[in-house]
Design a protein around this ligand. Structure first.
Ligand SMILES: [Zn+2]
Length: 185
């Protein structure tokens, strides 16, 4: 089971590397990695287990964050009451094939399991994306995501290209975003 001690932290060169594409069928090792990453998210979202194992709750975890430089990330955005759309899968070799001109950002800013300190500021991203990825069976999916799940996937895909969320924050005006940016929780 992945614990906080297994999470690579900012400063580790693996977080700044371009990850390698994953080939199919998945090796046993890659399948286990996919399972372990998704398990971490599930356990971390259970308040009792999260506390028991000393985890930080997460909705996404990318392979470089556990020291493996491969194009794989687990995403678990649970269904909530109301309008928020869920998205759960292990996304492999993901590519954003198109995106909205409209930007979106979280009112709370973003956090990351690999970044121990809070970095204040808005993180402007695409509000809507069309994402192509392979699942663990090698099947290709093309999904359209908007708002929160779109932001989570962009954050995770960034990890596969050596980018961290705070790279997107305007250094002079951390809370400045373009007028047409949709802000949401
Ligand atoms: Zn992150």
């Amino acid at each position: 089971m992945i614990l906080m001690k297994d999470i690579t932290r900012d400063g580790d060169p693996v977080l700044r590397k371009e990850a390698a594409k994953v080939s199919f069928p998945l090796s046993e090792e890659d399948q286990k990695l996919a399972d372990d990453m998704m398990e971490y998210l599930k356990v971390s979202q259970d308040p009792e287990l999260c506390k028991k194992y000393g985890l930080r709750a997460g909705v996404g975890l990318a392979a470089p964050q556990v020291g493996v430089s491969k194009m794989m990330a687990a995403v678990l955005v649970p269904a909530e009451e109301g309008a928020k759309s869920p998205f759960t899968d292990v996304i492999i070799n993901p590519v954003i094939i198109s995106h909205s001109v409209q930007s979106g950002a979280l009112t709370e800013g973003e956090g990351c399991l690999s970044v121990d300190k809070e970095v204040p500021g808005f993180v402007p991203r695409h509000d809507r994306i069309t994402l192509r990825y392979q699942d663990t069976k090698g099947e290709t999916h093309k999904v359209r995501l908007k708002n929160y799940p779109a932001i989570v996937c962009q954050h995770e895909i960034d990890h596969l290209h050596g980018i961290l969320f705070y790279d997107h924050i305007n250094k002079d005006n951390p809370y400045e975003v373009s007028d047409d940016t949709i802000m949401f929780e």
